[in-house]
Design a protein around this ligand. Structure first.
Ligand code: GLC
Length: 439
């Protein structure tokens, strides 16, 4: 991309962020996603840091409004009274730990906050960086401690209680577990009689996006029904763990957690802040535990079901994210890079597809079951760079920027044609485009 084209792309990305800016936070999309989401705001702040460092800091401070009294960071903070039943179903008000002045969901999302805090810190001079880190350390420490207190399955891996928590909503490793354990009998009945279409009363997404690019009605109902069950249990983890309908040690979430732990340690080092021995030992356990997700037979990492105790052998974009974790051996990393480059797997014309082409789930237009997403590309570029695969990182970065330049700031992209999918003018696509342009 020449300088002129890069400049234009940067200006257009800036305009998208301005349009979606709500003053203290940025909505992912004005119609489809009119609230504040956890990992969206983290990615968004990483673009904003190049435009206005103060505004980037505000993005994260406003995210902390959604921190629960027990340390959990909510996946979603409602912008105000919501008309949207689909999202209200996941409200966490039933739990005494929910914050007092805002309404949030009762779930979390991948712990990207440490990365965002770190990246903003890189744009500040040392005294400013130290005080920024000191300000963000208490909420960060509380958040990471909460993950271990409530979600540790015993080995240092975090367990998710709803697919929304992975951020990769209908990714095969999650949806296959929903089919197995969280698929009430009446949903199949609704499906057969076409009554599942009543979900359109609750779903607003289909007003903005073609149905074939989203989950099916029956799947959406199963997700709502799981959320309602969790809400009925008051998002009380003791009750939820007694007989979970969804319990997954998610590969993407845990890869991100391991990286976030490392960043938290660096943030603490620079701020001369001592982390507790307990937290440090938990962080070490997580690093080792990633290897529990390795499957020797197929030579891949997978998520694991805490219900069956088995690996969920569905390859997805998460397959590549141990590269981002930064802790795997050179041999394993080489192997993942090989998967990334294989034509029949992840090397499509517009990489990286959210599901490899050989998967029975692969569908180039369906949400997290094929399309390419900019945030996962960013994670892979970063992981490649840090693991010494500079050329591969550069190739993927340039291809990603070319795709955005051609198809604009879409929610996600067809990995075969590069066409825009989902919502247009999506915030994290714009923000991470800015960041990739500066990288
Ligand atoms: C979708 C995505 C999720 C994202 C949210 C808001 O639910 O799957 O990752 O955080 O939209 O953009």
């Amino acid at each position: 991309m020449d300088d002129e084209a890069a400049k234009r792309l940067h200006e257009e990305a800036e305009a998208v962020l301005k349009h979606n800016d709500r003053g203290q936070w940025t909505v992912p999309h004005p119609n489809l996603y009119p609230h504040q989401w956890l990992w969206d705001s983290c990615f968004i702040s990483m673009g904003l840091r190049h435009l206005d460092i103060g505004r980037a800091q505000t993005e994260l401070r406003s995210l902390l409004r959604g921190q629960w009294h027990n340390g959990m960071l909510a996946h979603l903070i409602f912008s105000g009274p919501s008309q949207r039943l689909s999202q209200r179903l996941s409200e966490g008000w039933a739990n005494p730990n929910a914050p007092d002045n805002v309404t949030t969901s009762g779930f979390t999302q991948p712990p990207m906050l440490a990365e965002a805090v770190w990246q903003i810190g890189q744009k500040l001079k040392l005294p400013g960086r130290r005080s920024w880190f000191k300000e963000m350390l208490p909420p960060l420490v509380r958040h990471h401690s909460w993950i271990y207190e409530e979600r540790d399955t015993g080995h240092g891996l975090a367990m998710l209680i709803h697919p929304y928590e992975s951020g990769l909503d209908n990714t095969p490793s999650s949806i296959s577990e929903v089919y197995k354990y969280a698929w009430p009998w009446w949903i199949s009945l609704l499906e057969k009689t076409h009554l599942a279409n009543i979900s359109n009363l609750v779903r607003r997404d289909l007003r903005f996006v073609a149905a074939k690019q989203r989950m099916s009605n029956a799947e959406a109902i199963a997700y709502f029904s799981l959320a309602i069950r969790l809400r009925r249990q008051g998002f009380n983890i003791v009750d939820i763990r007694k007989k979970p309908r969804f319990a997954v040690e998610d590969l993407a979430f845990n890869s991100i957690l391991i990286r976030a732990n490392e960043q938290l340690r660096q943030i603490a080092r620079i701020a001369s802040w001592e982390l507790s021995e307990k937290l440090i030992s938990n962080m070490e356990r997580s690093k080792k535990a990633l290897e529990l997700l390795w499957d020797e037979t197929s030579g891949q990492y997978f998520s694991r079901s805490s219900i069956s105790g088995q690996l969920i052998k569905e390859p997805t974009i998460a397959t590549l994210l141990p590269l981002y974790s930064g802790t795997i051996s050179k041999e394993r990393a080489d192997h993942l890079v090989d998967l990334l480059k294989r034509r029949r797997l992840f090397s499509t014309s517009w990489p990286v597809p959210s599901v490899p082409q050989t998967s029975s789930y692969f569908n180039p237009v369906k949400y997290w079951q094929g399309p390419t997403w900019i945030n996962t590309n960013w994670l892979i570029v970063d992981g490649l760079k840090r693991s010494g695969y500079k050329t591969e990182a550069e190739v993927l970065k340039n291809r990603t920027l070319k795709m955005v330049a051609q198809a604009r700031f879409a929610d996600y992209f067809n990995p075969l044609s590069g066409q825009a999918m989902g919502a247009s003018d999506f915030s994290w696509t714009a923000a991470l485009t800015i960041d990739l342009l500066k990288a």
